[in-house]
Design a binder for this molecule. Sequence first.
Ligand code: ATP
Ligand code: MG
Length: 407
Amino acid sequence: MRLSLFYTKTRRSMASQDSINAYLLEKAGFISQVAAGVYAYLPMATRSMQKIEQIIREEMNNIGGSEVIFSALQPKSTWEKSGRWEDKNFRQIVYMDPEADMTFGATHEEPMTIVVKQGVQSYRDLPVILYQFQTKFRKELRAKSGLLRGREFRMKDLYSFHPDEKAHHEFYEEAANAYLKAFKRLGLDAYRVKASGGIFGAELSDEFQVLCQTGEDEVLIDHKTKTGFNKEVEDQLKAIEIKKLERVKTIEVGNIFHLGTKYTDAFDLKYLDASGIRQSVWMGSYGIGISRLLGTLAELNNDEHGLKLPRQIAPFEVVVIDLTDSKTGTKIHDQLEKTGREVLLDDRDEMAGTKLVDADLIGYPIRLVYSSKTAQEGKVEIKERNSGKVTLVDLEDVVKHVEQLLS
Ligand code: ATP
Ligand code: MG
């Protein structure tokens, strides 16, 4: 891809922001703020979020999920029927159009239950596991920290429907493990932390928390088992247990809930078991913050020059900067593209300094520079963004070398 054809603009100067991720992602041209907690995702961010989504999609498919796209607009009556409209916490966050009697989906337990009811008659129709990637809307009173807490944000939400408690719990554990796998693939070390059920009910939920000093959550963790407790359930622990745990600041990247039969009973979603008896369906819900993940990765991976997103999330893997008048850079770019690499040729009519500064700011994992100096030796300079390591490589070995670094 040629940078002259790919829409992206970095900013030279930026007003300070309330967080590192907002500052860097906006400066590097990934996002553009529309209002507090509302962002436009520009091409760079869109590519990164698509990569995040693809990793999560693969893990959700692995546990039997079927992908759907539900509507964000939902009739108010849906929430009245489940009783959630009476819930002060829910009412506080949901956007509402009073004229149309429609809301903007803040979560999707009810709409999913309604649709699944249409397809489930007997035990043969279960389990049902549906998930989607969607924009969610919530009136966050504290919309802040860039992508970490938006009023409009991307979420992956999955809903599971099982015939009984045992089958539900088995799947819940599978989903928790799939979450840990997904976060690992994203380059994150996530802790599985017990937390209150929140708006969803009494049983403890599991949060997936990533250590980050600027995070807004506080959790008590055990490094060995990578588990812990959210501060909000601290009073349920014994003093001796608390002593063994470390108190840290974190970002919640995912949260999974046992819902029991609360929503399925509210919508009378029942099935006939093998002996023809009508039974309740057990439900769970499983969320991951997609845009929050991009924010988290930016918050954790940066230096004074800019972003250092992990290679599997960075919008491109390689940038080629040719400072000579030759076509060498173009050739290298074309060769790399042929091998399937996501490579960008910086062919903009810009000063060398601008190109180099932008490369660090955007944080391409690998930067290739061909200059009159390296040309004299028939070489190309390879710089790894993460380690800062610089190597000079023979022209004919560049593709092989990049392959080695990226595999
Ligand atoms: P939080 O406790 O951070 O307010 P929540 O528990 O209300 O989040 P869930 O309903 O469990 O959130 O949503 C699932 C996931 O969606 C969360 O784990 C988080 O990663 C993400 N998420 C929730 N609210 C926001 C938000 N306002 N902006 C960005 N991501 C969010
Ligand atoms: Mg939560």
